[in-house]
Design a protein around this ligand. Structure first.
Ligand code: HAM
Length: 413
């Protein structure tokens, strides 16, 4: 017996309805904001991620699925942003259109320790705007994320925002932390001891209680921001206030990917548990396009984790409208008419099915019920004689005879 790899999931048809609903609503909201879908490959050169996410980040250090082939090393994409920036540059989109707004829905891969809300193959719904440093684009993506969650009926989430500032500001904050935390290194957890040399900003959002206490005492208040970055961050908050987006500023919010500068944000939900409480996250990455060989231009975006959206309480748990028509042939003679009618229904655009297991009428009715059918068509000896079919509506239980043509007309109205 083969089993699925830990941290992967089979999404069975019963569950797929909610996935399709999330995807349908997301596409609708993205198009309201004029974002266009982009699909990039699942595999990229591993070096793309080393360069963009940062060689010292946990994803690059520990979580990439690598495929080595002769001299080349490929990686299964751990996230979407790097590939989209690569595609923007490679396809000369800067010269064609300049500013672009993309959205994407698809699988990502990270070699993590599997647990609730943390998988090795998971799915992102995300968007990226590339080609502008305008902070109003940050406002747009935060509004868009909020709109999307509301449209999905998700309640009780919290948006936290912060500004990491420009590259110089980030360096300033890192030096400050080196200075302050250097004296407390022995009291930090093992992960943070490693982070101290590799990625010191990450110590700020460590979940270990002892580390949390140490960083809290540092009393960080965005003092590292230069006047320009502080002004930009104030402006973003002003706009969010005017629009009426609920958010909190959290100066300890840093992100696990090196490419961020300026605005960063995270959306948390209490139903996800303390370890994996982020429904999604994003922010600005103004250095990345240039870093990957493109023009000196800005970019910002976010990604939501679909599995985590599903875990968060889903207020709009509605059953889809029944559409299916189920054809039941009572014997071998009526079977030929049944199969022919099934084909006619489908050609006429009416969703329909039949049972391919030899079953009693009762069992076939149960199957129709389980399929959430709108109605059943019954064909037996009597119907064949009269050249009609019997149609039964599932909700009302009303039953009438129709010729095939009449019934198709009736079902189409
Ligand atoms: P991220 O924070 O690494 O950001 O991932 C975004 C979201 O994906 C997380 O908040 C979480 O909901 C979900 N997620 C991440 N890892 C897993 C996992 N192992 N299992 C289940 N869900 C997971 C990014 O990936 C950035 N590319 C977001 C972004 C776009 N920033 C700018 N543009």
């Amino acid at each position: 017996m083969f089993k699925r790899i830990p941290g992967t999931k089979d999404i069975l048809p019963d569950e797929i309805i909610r996935w399709q609903e999330i995807e349908r609503v997301s596409r609708k909201i993205f198009s309201l904001y004029n974002y266009k879908e982009i699909r990039t490959p699942f595999i990229e050169e591993a070096a793309l991620y080393d360069r963009s996410l940062g060689e010292t980040t946990e994803i690059v250090q520990k979580q990439m699925f690598l495929i080595k082939k002769e001299k080349d090393t490929y990686a299964l994409r751990p996230e979407g942003t790097a590939s989209i920036v690569r595609a923007y540059i490679e396809n000369n989109l800067e010269k064609l259109h300049g500013f672009e707004k993309f959205y994407y829905i698809g699988a990502m891969f990270r070699m993590e320790r599997p647990q609730k809300g943390r998988l090795r193959q998971f799915h992102h719904i995300g968007c990226e705007t590339i080609g502008s440093k305008d902070p109003d684009a940050d406002v747009e993506i935060i509004c868009l994320a909020d709109h999307l969650l509301k449209a999905l009926g998700i309640k009780g989430y919290k948006i936290t925002v912060n500004s990491l500032g420009c590259v110089k500001d980030k360096q300033e904050l890192s030096s400050f932390l080196k200075d302050k935390l250097g004296k407390k290194l022995d009291s930090l957890c093992d992960d943070c001891k490693r982070r101290f040399d590799r990625n010191i900003l990450r110590i700020l959002d460590c979940k270990n209680e002892q580390c949390k206490k140490i960083v809290k005492d540092l009393n960080i208040r965005n003092d590292h921001l230069c006047p320009e970055c502080r002004g930009t961050f104030d402006k973003i908050q002003e706009r969010l206030n005017t629009i009426g987006i609920g958010y909190e500023v959290f100066p300890y919010l840093v992100r696990g990917l090196d490419y961020y500068t300026g605005t960063v944000f995270e959306i948390k939900h209490p139903d996800l548990g303390p370890q994996q409480d982020a429904l999604g996250a994003g922010g600005r990455y103004d250095s990345l396009v240039k870093e990957l060989g493109g023009p000196d231009t800005g970019a910002t975006g976010f990604a939501l984790g679909v599995e985590r959206l599903l875990l968060a309480s889903f207020a709009r748990e509605e059953k889809p409208q029944p559409e299916l028509i189920f054809v039941i042939s009572l014997d071998e003679e009526s079977r030929s008419n049944g199969i022919n009618l099934l084909n006619r229904l489908r050609q006429a655009g009416i969703a329909s099915d039949t049972s391919y297991c030899k079953r009693s009428l009762k069992a076939a009715m149960r199957r129709a019920n389980d399929s959430n059918a709108r109605g059943v068509i019954i064909i037996g000896e009597d119907e064949l004689k009269k050249n009609v079919v019997t149609f039964k509506e599932m909700t009302s239980g009303k039953q009438n005879e129709f010729t095939e043509d009449e019934l198709i007309k009736h079902l189409k109205t």
